[in-house]
Design a protein around this ligand. Structure first.
Ligand code: 5AD
Ligand code: SF4
Length: 450
């Protein structure tokens, strides 16, 4: 069997796509390897969201070129493929910049990877094909399905029609597309049958999902979540990433009515300034976001919120930034991602003459991250002394420990015996570290974690 090394950058969509590429390659007799030196095929599944992410690919490709030459000296052939969003955005330009690359394949056409590999050096496929990629993808083998672990991603939606003025996704991932219910359920049942206990339902704009139901009519994400909760073996559900504009009543109600749906929501707001939100084409104000959060908290009072923030969007003044800091203080986030604005080729904001100087961006990011970090720590410390349910996912950092997640997506280390992986257990949190919580089984059977 030949060996394939697949590395993913960026978001969960890419993690999922990398797994599906491995399924495609398994059919071509490739086994996955974690050791790049022994790989006959290297696939970099890339991210184009910010300049840094895209540039990372070229430095990695420089290293891959050296490896390829070393293997060639030993008479070994190495194929190099660039997949993902940089592939989609830059196409053939990648091969021009780095001739060690053999093929380029976009996120919508990776099911055609075998044909591409056969067509020789320099093949590029960045089409948005008419055939259904998901339907064309092979079902993973039993062993591969098993390796997906306790918690798995399940893609239900791809692409984005929102066109936020900073974002490349509508160009790299294309128009919004919802998978039909039957297709999603078939995949869900297969995963659950192989031991998966938690789904994170994913899509670039997951709450815009409106896939066709068995009755031929579109369903809402709230309804889909109810149906997924009925899949035998499934204990927990999450979904990401949502847009505030698509947070409908059915979805909010699911947070109240569906016990399997975990009380954690990643709901990017990007900015707290109405002027900037408008320039970003977000379609909501700061107050609309505050009201939405209130509605969600009414449905599920303990829900933990997470968000993405961009500082230094073109034209952002100190007053705009202060509005963002105020929104953060008002809402309170359990976790968050935050970034300096990075101009992306082809997006409207990149053309703006009001670019914010780098030192200003850096200082705003520092202040914003300090506030968000304080909120995150406060949230984590708030769980100390409480009993929370934890889904045990894998062996912990030390022997005799297991690692799992709280309902609020906090990593928890528990001292207990290993045979309970896949179970949801009550855990009393005894301590909050900087990145994990430490706890003991709340059924009286375990020692306290150090
Ligand atoms: N610059 C900085 N951050 C960006 N994001 C998207 N595009 C850009 C950009 N051009 C951030 C947004 C988004 C997250 C995935 O990445 O916050 O929600
Ligand atoms: Fe990166 Fe966005 Fe593409 Fe995901 S969808 S890989 S975050 S550019």
């Amino acid at each position: 069997m030949k060996k394939a090394f697949i590395k993913s950058y960026g978001c969960q969509m890419n993690v999922y796509d990398a797994e599906r590429m491995a399924d495609v390659l398994a059919r071509e007799d490739y086994a996955e390897t974690a050791a790049i030196e022994e790989a006959d095929l290297v696939v970099l599944n890339t991210c184009h969201i910010r300049e840094k992410a895209a540039e990372k690919v070229y430095s990695e490709l420089g290293r891959v070129r050296v490896l390829k030459a070393e293997r060639a000296a030993k008479g070994l052939d190495t194929k190099v493929v660039v997949a993902g969003c940089v592939a989609q955005a830059e196409g053939r330009e990648i091969i021009r910049r780095q001739p060690a690359v053999d093929a380029v394949v976009g996120p919508q056409s990776y099911h055609r990877l075998p044909e591409l590999l056969k067509s020789g050096h320099g093949a590029v496929d960045t089409e948005f094909p008419v055939e259904d990629k998901f339907a064309a993808l092979p079902a993973p083998s039993r062993e591969k399905t098993r390796s997906r672990g306790i918690s798995a991603f399940l893609t239900v939606q791809e692409g984005c029609d929102k066109f936020c003025t900073f974002c490349v996704v509508p160009y790299t991932r294309g128009a919004e597309l919802s998978r039909p219910v039957a297709q999603i359920l078939a995949e869900a049942e297969r995963l659950a049958g192989a031991g998966v206990r938690e789904f994170t339902v994913i899509g670039q704009n997951v709450n815009a999902w409106h896939g066709e139901g068995p009755d031929g009519r579109p369903w809402s994400l709230g309804r889909l979540l109810h149906r997924l909760a009925e899949v035998p073996g499934i204990l927990r559900l999450r979904y990401t990433t949502s847009h505030p504009r698509d947070m409908d009543d059915a979805l909010t109600a699911a947070h109240r009515d569906l016990p399997a749906l975990m009380p954690f929501l990643h709901l990017p707001v990007q900015s707290g300034s109405d002027r900037i939100l408008e320039a970003m084409n977000r379609g909501h104000t700061g107050d609309a976001y505050r009201r939405l959060v209130e509605r969600i908290r009414t449905a599920r009072p303990d829900i933990a919120l997470s968000s993405d923030f961009i500082v230094g969007f073109p034209g952002e003044t100190d007053a705009d930034f202060a509005d963002t800091m105020r929104l953060i203080a008002d809402v309170g986030f359990a976790s968050a991602f935050s970034f300096k604005y990075s101009p992306r080729p082809g997006t409207p904001a990149a053309e703006s003459g009001e670019q914010v100087p780098e030192p200003v961006k850096a200082e705003r990011l520092r202040a914003l991250q300090a506030l968000l970090e304080a909120q995150r720590q406060a949230f984590n410390h708030g769980t100390v002394g409480r009993s929370v349910s934890v889904l045990l996912e894998k062996p912990g950092r030390h022997p005799g420990q297991l690692a799992g997640k709280s309902p609020y997506l906090q990593a928890v280390q528990i001292e207990t015996d290993a045979h309970r992986i896949g179970d949801v257990v009550p855990v009393r949190i005894v301590r909050a570290g900087s990145n994990s919580l430490f706890g003991e089984l709340d059924d009286g059977s375990s020692r306290a974690a150090a």
